[in-house]
Ligand binder design. Structure first.
Ligand SMILES: [Zn+2]
Length: 279
């Protein structure tokens, strides 16, 4: 299951392929969307942005395509007008003169006036996205302190997209390790220093992953590459059960939290705060 950084990188690739160029054709499999096809010709895609696991494709005539891939949906990039052979069913095709973007298998697709798309029930329930540049540590700290979230165990809260969108399972382990916090602890049990550190990690770790993870060596040579090899994203604890903690050398443990695997260092992330070692 892709997490925020991977979803955003995929959205960036779609936007690179087609944004800013006039559409020569738009096609929807859904009868309810057919009447939008003609009006999209000649229009341009302004942006393609993830919100949690949904994707918003914003057009320059005031409309936005909402799509959610759920389990099976997938976007592909193709040469203009090309329809790759596949057993998947095509649901949306947006063609420019150079490239096309194609959505397969997704069923949760709708068109919204851009000014109202935030009222979509899925989007309205989401917390702010950790990868949105405008989100700062102060706002994350204030969410941690809110009555709605402060009594929840961090292991479950950090997967809840209503708290912060764009988080996911590997990010949860890496954020908690970075902040030195055990997943059973709750925001209301944290002191100010711990809460501040957690807010910082909740922003820094997903952003580092977005900028560096999965980047091929060739990409590192590009002028617009934002990181450098020294800060490439590597898992510190996730998937590393039994290996030494990079901070203290203790064996990394694997537990289940909120029904999903979570990796932690028992020494750097003690369940009992009194035992917490300074990091
Ligand atoms: Zn450790």
């Amino acid at each position: 299951m892709p997490e925020g950084p991977e979803i955003r990188r995929a959205a960036d690739r779609l936007a690179e392929a087609v944004a800013g160029r006039p559409l020569v054709r738009a096609w929807f499999a859904f009868p309810a969307l057919k009447h939008h096809e003609a009006g999209l010709v000649g229009r341009r895609i302004e942006s393609i942005t993830p919100r949690g696991k949904a994707l918003l494709t914003r057009f320059d005539h005031g409309w936005t395509l909402y799509s959610h891939n759920q389990l099976y949906g997938t976007w592909k990039i193709a040469a203009a007008g090309e329809r790759p052979a596949t057993t998947r069913s095509l649901r949306v095709a947006l063609d420019t003169a150079d490239r096309s973007i194609l959505l397969y298998s997704a069923s949760d697709v709708s068109m919204w006036p851009s000014s109202t798309v935030d009222s979509h029930p899925f989007l309205a329930a989401l917390g702010p996205d950790v990868l949105e540049p405008g989100l700062d540590a102060r706002e994350v700290e204030s969410r941690l302190g809110s009555p709605r979230f402060r009594g929840r165990a961090l292991g479950s809260l950090l997967l809840d997209q209503r708290f912060l969108a764009g988080m996911g399972n590997y990010l949860r382990s890496e954020v908690l390790f970075d902040a030195g916090l055990h997943p059973a602890r709750r925001p209301r049990d944290l002191d100010d220093g711990e809460r501040g550190r957690l807010a910082g990690s909740l922003l820094a770790i997903p952003r580092l992953s977005y900028h560096t993870r999965g980047i091929a060596p060739a990409d590192r040579m590009r002028d617009d590459y934002l990181g450098d090899a020294a800060d490439a994203f590597r898992f510190q604890v996730f998937g590393r059960e039994g290996q030494p903690c990079p901070a203290c050398g203790s064996a990394i443990a694997r537990i289940d939290a909120a029904s999903r695997r979570l990796y932690l260092c028992p020494r750097c992330q003690p369940a009992d705060r009194a035992a917490a070692a300074p990091r």
